[in-house]
Design a protein around this ligand. Sequence first.
Ligand code: SF4
Length: 392
Amino acid sequence: MDKMNRRRFLYSGVLFCCSAIPDLVSYPFSDGYARASVSDIRGEVFKGDAPEQIWKWSCEARYYTKILDDKTVCQLCPNKCVLSPGDRSICRVRVNSKGKLYSLVYGNPCAVNVDPIEKKPLFHYKPGTSAFSIATTGCNFRCLNCQNWEISQAKPHEVRYVELFPKQVVQEALSSRSLSIAYTYSEATVFYEYMMDTARLAKESGLSNLWISNGYINPEPLQELCEVLGAANVNLKAFSDEIYKKLNGGLLEPVLNTFKILHDHNVHFEMTNLVVPGYVDNDDMVKRMCGWILANLGPDYPLHFSRFTPKYKLDRLPPTPVSTITRFRNLAMKEGIHYVYVGNIPDHEGNHTFCHGCGKLLIERKGFFINKDGLDGEHCRYCKIRIPGVWI
Ligand code: SF4
């Protein structure tokens, strides 16, 4: 691809051509809302689906072990895929070729954008700046409500991609005047090798690295990632193993462990809970979630309650009522979380930042317009208390 064409591609948003048709689950309607009829949607390995030849955008995986009969066990995420030669992983982007595990997404992102950092969402990290954002295909989850299923549930060769190796990503980020690189949209963990090499170069060049993730990663690779991270936004999709299994195809405990590791490594992070009607709309669950956050992480990490809109396999559900999101925000603040936000609801006071000390308005957000007159450096202009986050 020549330079002009490549640039046009880079700034043209999430691009893909995918022939997949949503495999709609059928729902019994017992309470006015749809519920999945399956109790565990965790993914399965694609037997015999690896390409015969490893292509140009491949590299040997960094976290895996070998067992008998040339089988490999991926150690990157809790799925721990066991692959025989010729198999493809649950996340669709790793294959066993002749007894070695390879990533097929090293330097071939299918989505490249320059985004406001608030879109991630990150509200307490360098507000008003831009994040150069990349994604490859693939995900280790199977969320019924995935917003980016066209790329997250696709194999690398099924979408349009551009060649962009780590050094080029950093160059593009710098020339776009972004202060950070975000690994985002699909699931950044599954393109770990590409992310890590890019993140190391980015850090050397003075850029921050942002990990936008479902948090489904094993401790060892996460600890290595923490060395180069500026900030993260991690989904806390529910506070229930049962919901994680039937809505997302994962488990809760590894995600909670991710939060503890980020906290222990002093990485700034924010949490996002997508409030899905009929699945994640229960006051008791929110109370238990907040109780765990306060006991294990403290009150200062921002929590975002995001409004669901019909999508993918849940396209027959209604959007979350605004009143539910407002109730959850009030509940979480009452429980003691200092900074609780709403997502996907314009003109709601939960888009703004209010000081946890005196309650005054610190940062006003209208769309992606930011007015941070209430901040004085890292402090509240009025009561002088330090506001948690990274502000410069
Ligand atoms: S990262 Fe992919 S290959 Fe590795 S265990 Fe997770 S789903 Fe399987």
